[in-house]
Design a protein around this ligand. Structure first.
Ligand code: FEO
Length: 170
């Protein structure tokens, strides 16, 4: 049996991951609408990753005999003003998700729930990568976003991203 508070936070995280998926689908659609199909593809892959994250939390709860409680997923709440702002919002969102994972880790740590801490280790590392990816995109956009030819090449680069399932298996 897991600690009640830890279970509550694990359930909440399912919702946050699905919200992330929904948010990145919104971002993906924005780029497709604006002719940047490579960026659209990049965020579509990101959406798939977030779905996979949510399912890892589902599986973890089920593996521990806990019930999964699904809540309503909020409407994406980010103003899609321009291509670069969307990237900045991505970094902000990932920093927020990092804070949620750390909060969850802290709750598990406080009750000596070593199993959940070990499960969360993968997410702690993953969040470092997610933040770096978003930051790299901002840097590239700052460098190349104002030159049409360079932007075209960057968009082509992002078009090649393909989804791979998380390395964590439960
Ligand atoms: Fe599920 Fe982007 O972190």
């Amino acid at each position: 049996m897991l600690d009640k508070k830890v279970v509550e936070l694990l359930n909440q995280q399912i919702n946050k991951e699905f919200y992330s998926s929904y948010l990145y689908l919104d971002f993906s659609n924005y780029y497709y609408d604006n002719g940047l199909d490579g960026f659209g593809n990049w965020f579509k892959v990101q959406m798939q990753e977030e779905n996979a994250h949510a399912m890892l939390f589902v599986q973890y709860l089920q593996n521990n005999g806990e019930s999964v409680i699904l809540e309503a997923i909020d409407k994406p709440a980010v103003q899609l003003t321009d291509a670069k702002t969307v990237l900045e919002e991505t970094l902000k969102h990932e920093q927020y998700v990092t804070s949620l994972i750390h909060n969850l880790y802290d709750a598990a740590y406080s009750v000596k729930d070593f199993r959940t801490m070990q499960f969360l280790d993968w997410f702690v590392k993953e969040q470092g990568e997610e933040e770096k990816n978003a930051d790299d995109l901002i840097k590239k956009f700052t460098l190349f976003g104002n030159d049409p030819k360079s932007l075209y090449m960057l968009d082509n680069e992002l078009a090649s991203r393909v989804y791979t399932a998380p390395s964590l298996t439960l």
